[in-house]
Design a protein around this ligand. Structure first.
Ligand code: MG
Length: 160
């Protein structure tokens, strides 16, 4: 019987003026923020996909479609809470989550601890079960210069 499952998630958003810079459920002091139908929190979206993926539950776009007015301006924390509740209802417990945030927009390092705490609270795990890493892009590619944020996340689920 399978007792552990892993999942991977990825998300990418443009960073635009006039939007709050919410990543990992934390508002960062930055002049641009992730564009999107919801609050654009690419970190929580990638984590959602990792968790849903580990549980075999398709993906965030299927479960919370951006064509549905219900999710316009959605607080991504609600999407993550709903995803976690669903996998927990299937008997899974979140073991750990690891996240890479690639951007040349906001600096991630000063906010890693608060992001870990924010994400851990949403997952109902301790902050040591959540890791957050910021990466710059060496000035390469379409995200160079702070044009966007790309996030990878992995999740391990185990049976309770
Ligand atoms: Mg997204």
């Amino acid at each position: 019987m399978t007792t552990i499952r892993t999942g991977i998630g990825f998300d990418i958003h443009r960073l635009v003026e006039g939007r709050p810079c919410i990543l990992g459920g934390v508002e960062l002091p930055h002049p641009t923020g992730p564009d999107g139908h919801s609050d654009g929190d690419a970190v929580l979206h990638a984590i959602c996909d990792a968790i849903l993926g580990a549980a075999g539950l398709d993906d965030i776009g299927t479960r919370f479609p951006d064509t549905d007015e219900k999710w316009k301006g959605a607080d991504s924390r609600d999407l993550l809470r709903a995803s976690v509740a669903e996998v927990r209802g299937m008997g899974w417990t979140v073991g750990n989550v690891d996240v890479v945030i690639a951007t040349e927009g906001p600096r991630i390092a000063p906010h890693r601890a608060s992001m870990r705490e924010s994400i851990a609270a949403l997952l109902e795990v301790t902050p040591d079960c959540v890791n957050v890493k910021g990466k710059t892009l060496e000035g390469l590619g379409a995200l160079a210069g702070g044009a966007g944020v790309a996030v990878q996340a992995t999740c391990l689920l185990h049976l309770s």
